[in-house]
Design a protein around this ligand. Structure first.
Ligand code: PLP
Length: 404
């Protein structure tokens, strides 16, 4: 008789956003006349930029002609996309990342969930707390996290690195053994960043302790502060200890198109084995490539017209972020993030938990946000608002909150 992967049974409850969706649906049913503003889930609202739509149309037409039709894509992704990524995202910033170290994928969620497969089960993972839940849950599924303590909201074999207002949302280097360190900067959910000197400490720690860093840079496009690195490879020595994951979702609105990539430098080895070879093997076996038309759309992200249009799109969301940040400050809240990231992280008023604040905001302002505790125990007492709504809705949400 077959058995199941019992590690799945250890996963607590349902996924955070399903819980929110259920609460919102129940509220909507009881109050059908109320217009809700959703600043909860990190999905974009602006349409795909014209230069990218043009590239999509062109690629669709190519697929209809025998001489320009494309079937399965090359394992690592098309050269035209990998080489422009290498040039513009890396070499332009002084990072020597060649096209053959870039693996094109269908997004950062899959890559950040799947990357753990190439590591041994005995590795100890370290995560920031609060954290993007995929890093932890994918390791739970793989049986790497020990037992769940439901009262603490923690796993026995996971090293948690609290990021709170008290430490300026800068995690401390782990005191306990940590083999695989997940870092996400600009951060989801706190919207905060690490300066280059701070990130360098992590790279040095990883190199000195034989650890590997999984660096999720899905929000890189939102960085405007000078001293914040866009890539971990801006730090000395990162190529021997870090894997970087990127997404086209938030810089170019590809949440529905699906495109991302992972960089595994050839210098990154473990006991003589190249992690690049392992990820290539995994990619080749379990993934059959992002669609040709989507990779062509990705290429257009780097065209002069695409870049100009996307600068505007990102500026639009950054204006929303500033509106939320300033508006919430005016309303008397303690707020963080929102400068180099599309997320605003706020402290809930004294004595009000994250979920209580969620209910209050929903009932009194008709605004949906995300309770901080959904991202880890140190997120309790915090709340996340996203800048991905329309500008009009963002302004309306802030007015409603001010009127609460
Ligand atoms: C930190 C982080 N990584 C990855 C993702 C997923 O990106 P993608 O749409 O490319 O799968 C998200 C999406 O919200 C995210 O916040």
């Amino acid at each position: 008789m077959f058995t199941i992967n019992e590690d799945y049974l250890k996963l607590p409850g349902s996924y955070l956003f399903s819980d929110i969706a259920k609460k919102v649906a129940a509220y909507k049913e009881a109050n059908p006349e109320k217009e809700l503003i959703r600043l909860g889930i990190g999905d974009v609202t602006q349409p795909i930029a014209p230069a990218i739509i043009e590239a999509l149309h062109k690629a669709v037409d190519e697929m209809g002609q025998a001489d320009t039709f494309h079937g399965y894509a090359p394992d690592l992704g098309y050269e035209f996309l990998r080489s422009v990524i290498s040039k513009q995202d890396y070499k332009a910033r002084g990072c020597e990342i060649e096209a053959d170290q870039i693996f094109v994928s269908d997004g950062a969620k899959s890559d950040s969930g799947n990357i753990q497969e190439i590591f041994g089960k005995e590795n100890v993972i370290a995560v920031c707390d609060p954290v993007y839940p995929v890093y932890v849950d994918s390791n739970v599924m793989a049986g790497r996290t020990g037992e769940y303590d439901s009262s603490a909201g923690t796993w026995s074999k996971v090293v948690y690195m609290p990021c709170t207002a008290e430490n300026g949302f800068v995690p401390e280097l782990p005191k306990d053994k940590a083999d695989i360190i997940y870092l996400c900067y600009p951060n989801n959910p706190t919207g905060t960043t690490l300066e280059k000197a701070e990130l360098q400490k992590w790279v040095d720690y990883a190199n000195e302790n034989g650890a590997v860093i999984i660096f999720d840079a899905a929000y890189e496009a939102y960085i405007s502060s000078e001293n914040v690195p866009h890539s971990i490879y801006e730090c000395d020595g990162a190529k021997t200890c870090a894997i970087e994951i990127r997404s086209f979702s938030k810089n170019a609105g590809f949440t529905g198109l699906r495109l991302g990539f992972t960089v595994v430098p050839k210098e990154l080895t473990c006991g003589g084995t190249h992690l690049h070879s392992l990820w290539a093997r995994r990619h080749g076996t379990k993934f059959n490539g992002a669609p040709y038309i989507v990779q062509r759309a990705g290429e257009a992200v780097y065209s002069e017209a695409g870049k100009a249009e996307l600068r505007e799109q990102v500026a639009y969301y950054k204006k929303n972020a500033a509106t939320i940040l300033d508006g919430m400050k005016d309303a008397g809240y303690e707020v963080y993030g929102g400068v180099d990231a599309p997320y605003i992280w706020l402290k809930t008023p004294q004595g009000i938990s994250s979920w209580q604040f969620f209910d209050k905001l929903l009932k009194e302002a008709g605004v949906v946000g995300t309770p901080g505790c959904g991202f880890g125990p140190s997120g309790e007492g915090y709340f996340r608002l996203t800048a991905f709504g329309t500008y009009e809705n963002t302004c309306e949400a802030i007015n409603r909150i001010k009127g609460m």
